[in-house]
Design a protein around this ligand. Structure first.
Ligand code: FES
Ligand code: FES
Length: 156
């Protein structure tokens, strides 16, 4: 599979191994978090062929030959993506366990809908749980990212 633009070969995958396990334990990409391993919390969200999925629910073998993009892969070199920057600027990170999944989900939302209203943001992030209940700041972060993206696009 290709992970963040680099071809990765993983040997000796065991039958029950998930894509999340491969990313974290074999590929050295611990950004995607393992909180529930049951598809409930969204903290393991990554792009698979451009669509967000819970990596804990994807069998490693299912990712063979496909494109995976993790929260690490949203950066451009050392430069954080606008959504990553907005989460920092808005103070939307407490323990940070939910943050990578939320960032990928918000990144996907803004790619599909650059100017979402609050109801749309809440709906798009409804599969991502934050046990620190930092939702207001998370909403602020997504609004900020949308505004910054719009400003950037106007400036071009
Ligand atoms: S760890 Fe995958 S959804 Fe919770
Ligand atoms: S910041 Fe702790 S789970 Fe969301």
């Amino acid at each position: 599979m290709t992970v963040n633009g680099t071809e990765r070969v993983v040997d000796d995958v065991w039958a029950g191994e998930s894509l999340l396990y491969v990313l974290r334990e074999r590929a050295g990409l611990p950004g995607s978090k393992n909180a529930c391993e049951q598809g409930e919390c969204g903290s393991c969200t990554v792009y698979l062929d451009g669509a967000p999925v819970c990596a804990c629910l994807v069998a490693a073998g299912q990712a063979a030959g496909r494109q995976v993009r993790t929260v690490e892969g949203l950066c451009d070199g050392d430069a954080l993506d606008v959504v990553q920057q907005a989460f920092l600027a808005a103070g939307a990170v407490q323990c940070g366990f939910c943050t990578p999944g939320l960032i990928v989900a918000a990144h996907d939302l803004l790619a599909r809908n650059p100017a979402p209203d609050d109801a749309t943001i809440r709906e798009a992030l409804s599969g991502n749980l934050c046990r620190c209940t930092g939702y207001e700041k998370i909403l602020d972060a997504v609004r900020l990212a949308a505004a910054r993206r719009a400003g950037r696009e106007v400036a071009r």
